[in-house]
Design a protein around this ligand. Structure first.
Ligand code: RFL
Ligand code: PHB
Length: 389
């Protein structure tokens, strides 16, 4: 097999890169280790920045998003027994779109199928080779047979546990912080409790009320890192959520059986650089943010936005974009890392910082909701910083 760009991983980063390259007339093949159903079964992100929506528009895959996505002009912050709205639209003129990562993935898969573009699913023993030279290769096994893709470039869009970053482990510097807690998430076919997301700082721990549609809700609870989803019955989850939200939210909460329950660990992680000869890392393969800032999927999208443009420019005769790829991505990534770390630190219970730490959080939250400057700083980061030209 021969192609211009071999993409490893069919998550949102790999699929969106494939769609943008197709639009730019660049040939790509995607190699994914899981099945399509497995990829679609992972319940993850829900909030899209306008820059991400713009990239999906550019890729020609945003029709359903525009019809079904929910525009949100703000969020609610709950702490010390009160609720405060941060009005993104008034403060920044911008909004975010609530549309599940599963749906983004489904739309991108459908567009690939409609255009007859090649995705190899259930590839085993995927490995990347010779990206230091002019003729990189991706090798894998399919149904026991050895396969090789010869290409000009490899895009490592294979997530945090992928093979691409592992293949350059000795050439990267890693910056990391692991938090002493995770998020227990629950998805249910129930109407959302509020028309906007509610982020709560509570002495029992953080909680988040989110949604996927007018009939489907997503809720999260801060839990210890060593907790297990199986230990939580649905009733125990709903009881704990009610304790951690504002009484008016608890009163309107509609509960129901869970469709999914899982725990995600919280971590900040950046690997530098993101380019190694003809291999590029993008998305979770290169960086992780704690989900509090809703930035992970959005960063994956901005990475591949830059990468698609750089590769298209290469085929048009300029290597400037390729040469600047890593630095350009990392500037945006570190700002999102900072915001996600800050919002995580502000909203979660950190037992080791004690009563003083809690007082600091309350003072900062009080300042945040009364100062237009502080609210604007939250709003402009949440809706997403602009992409570089
Ligand atoms: P993915 O989605 O992990 O996809 C990587 C793909 O690569 C495949 N793969 C391989 N393929 C071939 N060979 C190998 N050796 C391979 N190894 C792995 C995998 O099977 C997979 O299909 O990474 P990608 O594409 O970079 O996308 C990143 C996003 O998924 C992630 O950042 C977000 O989900 C993070 N995130 C959120 N981001 C937001 O922007 N807004 C949110 O509201 C938000 N909420 C969240 C989140 C992540 C969460 N969890 C579960 C970590 C909420 C949660 C709870
Ligand atoms: C979600 O709906 O899954 C979600 C929303 C906002 C976040 C994280 C996750 O900050």
């Amino acid at each position: 097999m021969r192609t211009q760009v071999a993409i490893v991983g069919a998550g949102p980063a790999g699929l969106l890169l494939g769609a943008l390259l197709h639009r730019a007339g660049v040939d790509a093949v995607i190699v994914e280790q899981r099945s399509p159903d497995y990829v679609l079964g992972r319940i993850r992100a829900g909030v899209l920045e306008q820059t991400t929506v713009d990239l999906l528009d550019q890729a020609g895959v945003a029709q359903r998003l525009h019809a079904e996505g929910l525009l949100h002009g703000g969020i609610e912050l709950s702490f010390a027994g009160s609720l405060h709205r941060i009005d993104f639209k008034a403060l920044t003129g911008k909004q975010v779109t609530v549309y599940g990562q599963t749906e983004v993935t489904r739309d991108l898969m459908q567009a690939r199928a409609d255009h007859g573009l090649k995705t190899v699913y259930e590839a085993e023993h995927v490995s990347v080779h010779d990206f230091d030279g002019a003729k990189p290769q991706v090798r894998f096994q399919l149904g026991g047979r050895n396969e090789v893709i010869e290409c000009d470039f490899i895009a490592g869009c294979d997530g945090f546990h992928g093979v691409c970053r592992a293949s350059v482990a000795s050439a990267i510097e890693v910056f990391e912080r692991v938090y002493p807690f995770g998020w227990l998430g629950l998805l249910s076919e129930t109407p959302p409790v509020s028309h906007e997301l509610v982020y709560s700082n509570h002495p029992r721990g953080f909680s988040l009320c989110s949604m996927r549609s007018p009939t489907r809700s997503r809720y999260y609870l801060q839990v210890p890192s060593d907790d297990k989803a199986e230990r939580w019955s649905d009733d125990a989850f709903w009881d704990e959520l009610r304790r951690r939200v504002h009484p008016s939210v608890a009163e309107s909460l509609v509960t129901g059986p869970s469709l999914e329950k899982s725990i995600a660990p919280l971590r900040s992680f950046v690997a530098e650089p993101m380019r190694f000869g003809r291999l590029f890392l993008a998305g979770d393969a290169a960086h992780i943010v704690p989900p509090t800032g809703a930035k992970g999927l959005n960063l994956a999208a901005s990475d591949v936005g830059y990468l698609a443009r750089a590769l298209a420019e290469h085929y048009a005769g300029s290597d400037e974009g390729i040469d600047g790829y890593s630095e350009r991505c990392l500037r945006r990534i570190w700002r999102a890392e900072r915001f996600s770390w800050w919002f995580t630190s502000l909203m979660h219970d950190f037992p080791e910082t004690g009563a003083f730490g809690h007082k600091m959080q309350m003072a900062e939250l009080g300042y945040l909701v009364t100062s237009q400057a502080a609210s604007t700083a939250l709003a402009e980061n949440y809706v997403g910083l602009p992409l570089e030209a």
